[in-house]
Design a protein. Sequence first.
Length: 599
Amino acid sequence: MTRQRASLLPFLPFKSIQSSIFFTFSCLILITVLVISLNSYNLSVAAMETNSESYVQEIITQVNSNIQSYIDNMENISLLAMTNKDVKYYISNNTFISTSDRRPYEKRISDLFQAILYSRKDISAIMVFGYNGHYVSDRRITLLNPNTKLEDQSWYKGAKSKGGQSVISPPHVQNVIQNEYRWVVSLSRELKSTDGIRGEGIFLVDLNLSIINDICSKINLGKKGYVFIVDQNGNIIYHPQQQLIYSNLRTEQIAKVTGAKSGTSFTINDDKGKRVYSVHDTNFGWKIVGVAYADDLIANEGTIRRSILLYAIMGILFSLLLSLVLSYRMSKPIRILQRDMKKVERGNFNIRTKIDQPNEIGQLGRSFNLMLAQIKNLMQEIIHNQENKRKSELMLLQSQINPHFLYNTLDSIVWMGEQKKHEEVVLMTSALAKLFRASITKDKELVPIKVEVEHITNYLLIQKMRYNEQLEYDIDVPEEIRGFMTLKILLQPFVENAIYHGIRNKPEPGKIVIRARDLGQMIQFEVEDDGLGMTEEQIGQIWNPPEGKTSGPTKSGGIGIANVNERVKLYFGDVYGIQIRSELEEGTCVTITIPKMKE
């Protein structure tokens, strides 16, 4: 056992309450500081990311506004062409006889387009194509590419299908003009007749995206952030890496961008790093997308992390020092109590610990002092109870060998023998033998209720034969409780008192009724007689006999009721015992309550 205990010691790091308190406080403080620090860091970074996303959204909203204004200007140019009388007449007239008839119109229209072109560096070309086969551009002489069909151009088909609304094409190489191949975005629009019912031609503006590039390149989204534009079909309109447009830039999450709602953001984390995509829709089908890198958005993350770490270390050190002081102060009264307990272990029961604190430890000290005081009282009480128990056992023994009862019974047997009442002699002798056989059995204090019932039956049978018609009795004990235990010779003293003090001196016959009831956790006996009864004063003298008298054996040699009550309480506790109800000339009822016990 010693070896086993020694082997366990290495697994027990603390042998004192102070060390345990210090360790517990330290762990709790460390965990709390770590949780608060990590939470503060995460909340700070999350707040920065949220603010950064809001910042990106604001920037993209501004970009969208600028690009929207730019496209609105382009639409105003198309409206200028649509409302120009020369343009409308040129594309609607099918009666030109010769080229010279068209020249004045073409010159005025070309001059108009040149004036617009010279004022806008972002416009590559302006052209009008009439359904009557006539066309004019910003140049005086324009030759169309013979290998290109206007009807096959996406901008041409788109404008014709929209019926007067502007259409913006994806970036493409414009190959309508002979020997010119430019990378442009085309804004096209169908020109209507004066009545607005019939389409008469297509107005075309080719944009070189220089203005859009200026707008997007001035945006500050960190060192690596940028803006790009896609249309509703996922075609990239603008990207700072224009050379990658041919590959459609699959790494730009085009599918997610086109599926995102305007004004929303989403995050991508891959080998290129963590990026925030903010999307905003235009009125003409484009999506302005801002891409910001997380490490750019939260550039102060390292500073925040270092600051939180520094404060956490300082907090932990201060808390550990505070834990050390608190653990010492909290464990001091426990050490005092431990010291005093050691003295009690050595046999000093007169010591009293001095812990004057209003908390549980102070209460423990007061309880310790109270315990020491009660130990002496308990020792004295045990001695007193043992003396009373021995006294009760002596009285019980006296009752068992009551010489008066034996003499009177034998005298009755002799008398019945002289009267030749042989059956009565046999019956009374048998009952007496059984009675004394049960009385001289000294090995057990508790007997089954059925044994006690048999004992009291024999006793009453003898008394009945002695007093003849003067005594009647009835025993009502249910069979289901006869297997439980009771004190030996519990009922006899009460039956004796009922006979000698209640019925014997009564002029008419008397009756004794013995009952037993199951009360759940208890069993209750009743011994009731219709004898002379008692006054309240007489009942009081039973429990508190006058000076010079005792509650010991009765005049008939039995045990006093107070002694039986004390015997019950000694064996079963103070909640059990005897109660007496009596009225003068009405009889007496004694109730005995004991616990319900099996053998």
